[in-house]
Design a protein around this ligand. Structure first.
Ligand SMILES: [Zn+2]
Length: 231
């Protein structure tokens, strides 16, 4: 895969149209540590990705760059390893993993995880967890969650509970409109039932999005007609 720089919305569209040949069951989160924010000049994302690849291939002996994506400090993304290929992410946990490296050193006292970089990360993770049907609590992992990691990765300044709460908040917010829509439909059922225009409101609620046969619609219309004409 050629390295490509993308903004978050383009990356999300790319992932939606990507032809997945493997099942992704985990999302892994790292920081690069080195390079860090001071190595990024706003335009050298691909050059940094190339140098990470050559380190991973030459010094580490891996077949490709380790990660599927690198998140730059300005919130842009660089594609890495083929998304259909297992990453070199966390020892023993790589099968089914999708691996993100956030460019920076987020150990306490070094770079800060904030602003456009943090916002892009939370937006993408929210989309990705929902799209891949991941359980945020169990399937989104920090490198340091592994007992054999021996690292602070993705950095001691990033509290995992805070990070996961930010994702969960966004997941709840994207779910709200759908819930409100259903609630509105239920209110209409309750109103029709209390006026005697339909029976068994709970049964109707259980089929809220099912199609309705013509005869049912006609019976309800006829009841409304009778009611309005005081028969
Ligand atoms: Zn790591």
């Amino acid at each position: 895969m050629n390295f490509t720089v993308m903004i978050t919305t383009d990356l999300i569209n790319y992932i939606k149209s990507f032809n997945w040949s493997r099942k992704v069951t985990q999302l892994h989160i790292h920081h690069t540590w080195k390079p860090d924010h001071s190595d990024y000049n706003g335009t050298n994302g691909i050059a940094l990705q190339r140098s990470m690849k050559s380190y991973h291939v030459s010094a580490k002996g891996w077949k490709d760059i380790a990660q599927h994506l690198t998140l730059l400090p300005d919130g842009k993304w660089v594609t890495g390893r083929d998304f259909n290929t297992t990453p070199a992410s966390i020892t023993g946990w790589n099968e089914g993993a999708f691996c993100i490296e956030m460019l920076g050193n987020f150990d306490i006292g070094c770079n800060r995880f904030e602003g456009e970089q943090a916002e892009a990360m939370f937006s993408f993770c929210t989309f990705f967890a929902e799209y891949m049907k991941l359980d945020v609590k169990n399937d989104v992992k920090f490198h340091r969650d592994s007992p054999t990691a021996g690292k602070t990765c993705p950095g001691s300044s990033i509290d995992k509970e805070w990070f996961m709460n930010e994702i969960n908040k966004r997941i709840e917010n994207t779910a709200l409109p759908a819930q409100n829509e259903e609630a509105w439909k239920f209110q209409a059922i309750d109103a029709l039932a209390s006026d005697g225009l339909i029976n068994n409101p709970e049964e109707w609620k259980s089929k809220i999005n099912d199609p309705m046969p013509v005869w049912t619609a006609m019976i309800i219309l006829n009841r409304i007609y009778e009611k309005l004409s005081h028969k």
